[in-house]
Design a protein around this ligand. Structure first.
Ligand code: FAD
Length: 301
């Protein structure tokens, strides 16, 4: 039986798409198609897909909310797994259990609803819970590491595990979810009781900061680069006079130098070429290597 048939037998015809365009699944609106795009509905189905991919020696990857990804123009070979159906959020006392496909911003709002403090920093991060754990997402002094208690994951062999947060080695935009190839299914956050008004006004302040400083009106991947030690990527890029520089339809944002926008139907190769150009110029000017925060995946055309 071919892969398409086997996936459809496992997941049902409606949950397997072949040669699926991924552009609209990413915030940069870039990239080609996935060979197979699957949307499992249960943990068992995720495990089955992993086992099938291993048995047939086909690569597979997880797609969250596509806010930290550049997919190359040639698309992705193998299986792209999308867990958008895993989107429940449940609050019990001071703990919030959230499935991987829920948006971290929605988890933050749910915490507010129950007067729980700790996740205000995440109110404007456009990622899923799975992507937020994978990246140890953070903003304005807070990060996932501060509030995560444990996660339920599936290993690359298809085994279901509950892992304590300290064993996930969360640090600046990295985690052992990345290095071990775990699939995040669920996260348990431990928060504290706070005052609704204070939590809400903090979220309003952070939202205002984000909206006034970031070019959210354009497709973008957020901060392209990690913060170099003792410095700021945006400042180095600004001081290099790179704001407004374009390659094809990609442009270094004039509003926030740390962002590259897809201004006019850019291709992924143009966007990536601009990233490399920025890295080269900053290295020449300041002898600083800018490390990418955004992940680039897939094949060239
Ligand atoms: P994706 O982009 O879909 O994927 C990112 C990586 O996570 C991929 O390698 C993917 O395979 C992996 N992944 C996704 N889901 C899972 C899963 N269930 N299990 C295992 N691996 C998985 N980030 C910050 O930290 N702070 C910010 O303030 C911030 N602001 C942003 C603002 C804008 C406008 C944008 C576009 C992005 C911003 N980001 C920020 C980046 C991004 O939102 C975060 O990195 C986010 O955590 C990515 O989540 P995602 O679901 O979109 O992941």
């Amino acid at each position: 039986m071919n892969i398409e048939k086997r996936l459809k037998t496992l997941l049902g015809d409606a949950n397997v798409e072949v040669n699926k365009p991924l552009k609209n699944h990413t915030y940069t609106r870039l990239g080609g198609n996935a060979d197979y795009f699957v949307t499992p509905k249960t943990a068992e189905q995720v495990q089955e897909v992993v086992r099938l991919a291993n048995e047939c020696d086909i690569p597979f990857m997880l797609l969250g909310n596509g806010s930290n990804l550049i997919i190359k123009d040639g698309g992705i070979r193998g299986i792209v797994m999308y867990l958008g159906e895993f989107n429940e959020i449940e609050v019990v006392d001071t703990t919030v259990r959230a499935q991987s496909g829920a948006l971290i911003a929605d988890v933050s709002k749910e915490a507010l609803h129950y007067h729980l403090t700790g996740l205000e920093f995440a109110c404007g991060i456009p990622g899923s819970v799975g992507g937020a754990l994978f990246m140890n997402a953070g903003a304005y002094g807070g990060e996932i590491k501060d509030v995560l208690k444990e996660a339920i994951v599936i290993t690359p062999d298809g085994e279901l595990l509950t892992i304590q947060a300290e064993d996930l080695h969360l640090s600046y935009r990295t985690s052992s979810i990345q290095t071990n190839g775990y699939i995040v299914l669920e996260a348990l956050f431990e928060l504290e009781v706070g005052k609704y008004g204070e939590i809400k006004s903090m979220m309003d302040v952070l939202t205002y900061k984000r909206e006034s400083k970031q070019p959210l009106e354009y497709p973008t991947c957020g901060s392209v680069f990690k913060r170099p030690p003792g410095n700021f990527a945006g400042k180095l890029i600004q001081d290099s006079g790179l704001q407004g520089v374009q390659i094809g339809g990609a442009e270094v944002s004039k509003k926030h130098a740390g962002f590259i926008i897809n201004k006019d139907e850019a291709t992924a190769s143009e966007y990536i070429a601009l990233i490399k150009h920025v890295q080269k110029v900053v290295k020449e000017n300041f002898d600083v290597e800018l490390e990418r925060e955004v992940r680039i995946i897939g094949e060239d055309k």
